[in-house]
Design a protein around this ligand. Structure first.
Ligand SMILES: [Zn+2]
Length: 445
């Protein structure tokens, strides 16, 4: 039994009492064994001195596209439908197995280095097995799936798929990867959005997600143009339509949810649907500002995600937390989204969205050891005297302050050095991959 002892830390637990405890943290294998006791170094195989350091639960990002990390900087200054049709779909259609792998590794490297330990990820139509390989090797905790899109205008040939093929490939991937490495990896059915999916496909996803008891991860009500298409085709609002198909339940994770009406908000609340709020992406694509305070006041589940690299252009939870708080203040007032509310969304709120709040999202005895060690001894995070540590983390800290990241009891980054992702190779292959993709992609300007 391997034991890792982290000494003398300030531990921001995010347990139900939101306790902040000073002392030692002991990890046995993949789980937290004790918190706050002063333990002898001899009981552990490995000791980390965390004097003056702050331990937080690893961040849970509930909306990510690892397959798009290679497109960072390739879709700037466009709104959603142009961004998809002119850039992202043609680029996704050009992916090959190797480019999917390195796109995933590039994203995972960034995520782990900035303290994110769990992601909900949506891949593209093809080669998703190679994203799962990167996830498996890197040690990150992930709920992922191939995107499903069996209809739509202006979709490049490389992304067009038949309903039956889309379902069969999803099921094959699920059977190979769901619950891999004792559940560190899980599968989620990932229909892109209503605009890209036939009713037949969505009905089948509903049946299969019930049968396998897995998540459904999709986008909804991100953009007014998108909603107009859905209303025209189905005669219903987005969330009403998903509910009509039986998809609105506690297994559903909906990215964005900016333009909801009262009926849709009610469905989200009553059915226990999880909303993934992506403020960086929503601002950059000029989509709008979601009514997160309203959703939270109603008791709905809201968590955070960076979305994809080409619409953000970072996968950095510190960025998302800061934006999630600040963008609401001019609309709803200065107290509407405080640091604690946002930090909860970034940790235990994300864990709740993926149905794993009994396992991750807070630092508690018996839970999985998914955490980040921060060094807040910097000009930009001082003074520390009589300042709420959560205020320091949400409003002042940056990803550069993450010193060490641990997932499932395994150190994946230590003192800035990646243990499971070969940075030099990934950067080199990322450039080689995007060069190869661009040479065969018809980008519409
Ligand atoms: Zn997205």
């Amino acid at each position: 039994m391997s034991r890792l002892l982290i000494k003398n830390a300030q531990i921001v637990t995010m347990n139900t009492k939101e306790e902040i405890i000073k002392g030692d943290l002991l990890i046995k294998e993949d789980r937290i064994e004790s918190i706050g006791l002063s333990l002898k170094e001899t009981i552990a195989d490995r000791v980390i001195d965390a004097s003056g350091r702050t331990i937080i639960p690893g961040f849970v990002q509930t909306h990510i596209h690892l397959c798009q990390t290679l497109f960072r900087g390739k879709g700037d200054d466009l709104e959603l439908m142009d961004w998809l049709k002119k850039r992202i779909w043609p680029l996704e259609a050009s992916h090959d197995e190797e480019s999917i792998y390195y796109s995933a590794m590039l994203g995972i490297g960034e995520l782990l280095q900035s303290g994110t330990t769990t992601i909900v990820d949506m891949e593209t139509v093809s080669h998703t097995d190679y994203a799962f390989r990167a996830i498996a090797e890197s040690g990150i905790r992930a709920i992922s799936g191939k995107v499903m899109m069996d209809k739509g205008n202006e979709v490049p040939v490389g992304l067009q798929e038949k309903t039956a093929e889309s379902i069969q490939e999803s099921v094959d991937l699920l059977e190979k990867w769901h619950m891999y490495d004792s559940g560190r990896i899980q599968y989620a059915f990932s229909p892109r959005f209503v605009v890209s999916c036939t009713e037949e496909l969505l009905r089948e996803v509903q049946k299969l997600s019930t049968h396998y008891n897995v998540k459904v991860h999709t986008h909804a009500s991100e953009n007014k143009g998108e909603i107009a298409i859905v209303e025209q085709e189905t005669g219903m609002r987005n969330v009403v339509y998903l509910d009509h198909l039986g998809l609105a339940n506690e297994r559903l994770i909906l990215a964005h949810c900016i333009w909801l009406d009262e009926q849709e908000k009610q469905i989200i609340k009553e059915r226990g649907v999880h909303v993934s709020h992506c403020p960086g992406s929503n601002l950059k694509l000029a989509s709008g500002v979601a009514d997160v305070p309203g959703l939270l006041d109603a008791g709905s589940s809201v968590s955070l995600g960076a979305d994809g690299a080409p619409c953000n252009n970072n996968l950095d939870m510190f960025n998302e937390m800061r934006l999630a708080a600040l963008i609401q203040k001019p609309i709803h007032g200065p107290t509407s989204m405080n640091a604690r509310t946002v930090f909860k969304m970034a940790t235990i709120g994300g864990a709740r969205a993926v149905g794993m709040d009994h396992e991750i999202g807070s630092i508690e005895i018996g839970k999985k050891a998914d955490l980040a060690i921060l060094n807040l001894n910097h000009f930009h995070t001082f003074p520390s005297y009589d300042v709420d540590p959560i205020s320091r983390i949400v409003y002042s800290a940056t990803r550069a302050d993450v010193e060490t990241t641990i997932v499932n009891g395994r150190i994946v980054m230590e003192k800035g050095l990646m243990k499971t992702v070969d940075k030099e190779t990934v950067l080199k292959e990322a450039d080689a991959s995007i060069k190869r993709l661009l040479s065969r992609t018809a980008i519409v300007s």
